[in-house]
Design a protein around this ligand. Structure first.
Ligand code: NAD
Ligand code: 0WE
Length: 256
């Protein structure tokens, strides 16, 4: 029996087949969800259309740069017209200007701080507010986070501060939207080799570090994020809200 049969969802953050959003979207689609996808800018439109096309022709594909209120409004207007109601939303979006992830955190500019928080944290609030009126029979909102939200990971810098804001926003949204049976949770993933991770100096060493130090002595698989995203979307997680679920081979429990 499909776990989320007949549910409708919207997925923010697919860039290519390695995107974490794509791993979770595949699990949602396999278990019966009807999905809409957004893409950031024309550059990514074809990628997303090709991937989403594997689910059939009635998949919605819409542009959305989350820094633009009018694009967010247009997405939810179309989703309301085409789906009527909404049950699921995946937020799998982060951005900080590259130089902010290279030097020291103490040198973070006002503008880099603003952009990182706007794209990576405020966007969850804006999307949740737009989604809530369509989630008439309850819903599940899932956002992606990382350990740098709670402990210092060298060079993660302003992204760590933005993820802390994302996780705190998850708790406040869970409180506000709980009475509407809308749940809001984060998945905190161990490192995964995606577009956003590539180009990060020392990423390969980070994968080796997790392999050596995490209790499970291995890195995580995208399918494992898919499985947790599916669980949080399903009725099995009906009493779970405001949480950060670590999918990191146990790395987060270690003190040394
Ligand atoms: P990715 O590059 O595949 O996805 C990042 C997405 O963010 C892209 O689709 C990009 O288009 C989107 N995005 C950036 N700015 C945007 C904007 N202004 N408007 C709309 N979309 C925008 O990389 P990923 O690793 O799959 O990242 C997805 C999420 O997972 C991010 O929140 C990231 O912080 C988180 N995460 C990643 C890792 C990792 O190691 N890869 C670990 C933990 C958490
Ligand atoms: O959240 C992330 C990365 C998000 C990200 C990536 C980029 C690269 C390109 C945000 N903004 C940008 N801006 C760019 O210009 N991760 C969890 C992956 C990641 O990034 C790191 C990490 C890990 C892990 C950066 C430094 C240290 C560790």
């Amino acid at each position: 029996m499909p776990l989320i049969d007949g549910k409708t969802g919207i997925v923010f953050g697919v860039a290519n087949k390695r995107s974490i959003a794509w791993a979770i979207a595949q699990a949602w689609a396999r278990e019966g969800a009807k999905l809409a996808f957004t893409y950031q800018g024309e550059r990514l439109k074809e990628n997303v259309a090709e991937l989403a096309g594997t689910f059939g022709t009635d998949t919605l594909i819409l542009p959305c740069d989350v820094t633009r209120d009018e694009e967010i409004a247009a997405v939810f207007k179309t989703v309301e017209e085409r789906f009527g109601k909404l049950n699921l939303l995946l937020h799998s979006i982060a951005f900080a200007p590259k130089d902010a992830l290279e030097g020291e955190f103490v040198n973070t500019s006002r503008e880099a701080f603003r952009v990182a928080h706007d794209v990576s944290a405020y966007s969850l609030v804006a999307l949740a507010r737009a989604a809530a009126p369509l989630m008439t029979d309850g819903g599940s909102i899932v956002a992606m986070s990382y350990y740098g939200a709670e402990k210092v990971v060298p060079h993660y810098n302003v992204m760590g501060v933005a993820k802390a804001a994302l996780e705190a926003s998850t708790r406040y949204l869970a409180y506000d939207l709980g009475p509407k049976k809308i749940r809001v949770n984060c998945i905190s993933a161990g490192p995964v080799n995606t577009l956003a991770a590539r180009g990060i100096a020392g990423f390969t060493e980070m994968l080796k570090h997790y392999e050596a130090h995490a209790p499970l002595k291995r890195n995580i698989l995208p399918e494992e994020l898919g499985a947790t995203g599916l669980f949080l979307a399903s009725d099995g997680a009906a009493a779970i809200t405001g949480q950060v679920v670590y999918v990191d081979s146990g790395y987060q429990i270690m003190g040394m």
